[in-house]
Every structure is written in structure tokens, then in C-alpha cells.
Ligand binder design. Structure first.
Ligand SMILES: Cc1cc2nc3c(=O)[nH]c(=O)nc-3n(C[C@H](O)[C@H](O)[C@H](O)COP(=O)(O)O)c2cc1C
Length: 208
């Protein structure tokens, strides 16, 4: 049954994926989780990411003009809760702090996160300020895909782990876990495994 939901949930009703955005500038590297990422066009190959104004990653992207969109598989889920309220400003190397392995990129300085479904190296071609968020449009310079590692889906703050029996070609099967969500569950915050403490400490502007 279709029911009215609060407007504060409106931006969470679109199913998305789980991404790690990696950056590098003048010898410092950083990484942050994001669910706001979208492929926009084929030719030129464009992707958009939404990064909060206060994030260290926003500064790194603006200074370097580059970023990598790493499309998470279940291999990166262990780092989600650890990443909450952890900024690259306060740690020497956030990849190490989050236990994420890296690989060198081909066209940009920011590293690829190892063990992802895909990694897309991007150069910023446009930025738009939208409220407290910067929308960065990046042109893909190189893309890497591992069909053996299915991407993770995300809806309303919950993630869906890939169905291991799904064939790589049937990517929509990855979202089978999300299809069971009813609108009522949009008021629930956080995915399975999220700690009470993490849920309580999270503010809407930093919500994942
Ligand atoms: C699952 C998840 C999804 C998130 N999605 C976004 C997002 O799309 N955009 C964003 O700016 N922050 C998002 N965040 C919050 C950032 O990851 C968080 O603010 C991070 O600490 C910023 O790190 P930095 O200061 O090192 O850049 C998300 C967090 C989680 C856990």
C-alpha cells in the first residue's frame, strides 16, 4: 500500500550502490564512503558524485581535480561502521585506518581500492553547489571491472549483500535484497550490523 513518507526521507528512496571515493593531493591520500554516485552518460563518459561541504574529501577533490569512484563489493563492508565520523583530516592514512588495500591507478594519483566490483578514475569537469553538498561531475579516464565481485546495493540506509548464486550478467539480482523493502522500512536507519552507538551518534547531514 502506498503511504506518504516524510520529506526528510525523499533523498533516500532512490536505490543506489555503495561507493568509496578515493582522492590524493600533494602526498596525502584519502577515502570516504558515499551512496551518492551516478553514471550520467556514455560519450563522453561522465559520472556524478555528491560530497558534503565539510568533508576532507571535498577539499582533496577541489585541490587535485581528480577522484576515483570505487564500486564496493562485500569486501569493503567491514569498514562502514569504522568510517563513521572518521575524517582524513584526523588520521595519517585513512586507507590504513579502515583496513582497505589499494592498487595504483593508471591516469590519476588517487589509488584504487582493491577488491571492489569496479574502479573508475575521473577528472573533474564541473562542480555544482547544492545546499550543503557539492556535486562533482567527473569524466572517466580509465575504468576497471571485476565481474567476479558483485556490487552492493543500498536503499534507505540499508545495504543489500549480493546474492552469491546470481550470475554476473544478471546484475539486477544484486538488488533482490532491496526488493523486499517496503516503504515503511524507510524510517529505519542503518543496515544490519550497524551498532546502536553508531546509529545514535549519526546526524542526518552525515547519514549514510
Ligand atoms: C554508507 C555511507 C554512505 C555515505 N554517503 C555519503 C555521500 O554520498 N556523500 C558524502 O559526502 N558523505 C557520505 N557519507 C559520509 C562520509 O563518508 C563521512 O562524512 C566521512 O567521514 C567523510 O570523510 P573525510 O572527511 O575523510 O572526507 C557516507 C557514509 C556512509 C557510512
Amino acid at each position: 500500500m502506498l503511504t506518504e513518507a516524510p520529506l526528510s526521507l525523499a533523498y533516500r528512496v532512490t536505490p543506489t550502490g555503495l561507493y568509496l571515493i578515493s582522492t590524493a593531493y600533494e602526498g596525502k591520500r584519502n577515502v570516504q564512503f558515499a551512496f551518492r554516485a551516478l553514471g550520467l552518460s556514455d560519450d563522453p563518459p561522465l559520472l556524478a558524485i555528491g560530497i558534503q561541504d565539510g568533508n576532507f574529501s571535498r577539499e582533496m577533490i577541489q585541490k587535485s581535480g581528480e577522484f576515483v569512484v570505487n564500486v564496493c563489493s562485500e569486501n569493503q563492508l567491514h569498514a562502514v561502521n569504522r568510517s563513521r565520523d572518521l575524517s582524513g583530516r584526523n588520521v595519517e592514512d585513512k586507507f590504513v585506518a579502515l583496513g582497505l588495500e589499494t592498487l595504483p591507478a593508471k591516469q590519476v594519483r588517487a589509488p584504487l581500492v582493491a577488491g571492489c566490483h569496479a574502479n573508475v578514475e575521473c577528472r573533474v569537469v564541473q562542480e555544482v553547489k547544492a545546499g550543503e553538498l557539492f556535486l562533482f561531475i567527473g569524466q572517466a579516464l580509465a575504468a576497471h571491472i571485476d565481474d567476479q565481485l558483485a556490487p552492493v546495493g543500498r536503499l534507505a540506509g540499508n545495504h543489500a549483500q549480493p546474492d552469491p548464486s546470481a550470475r554476473p550478467a544478471a546484475r539486477s539480482a544484486v538488488f533482490s535484497g532491496l526488493q523486499s523493502h517496503r516503504l515503511g522500512c524507510l524510517s529505519r536507519r542503518g543496515g544490519a550490523g550497524e551498532s546502536q552507538q553508531a546509529r545514535a551518534s549519526r546526524t542526518p547531514s552525515r547519514a549514510g
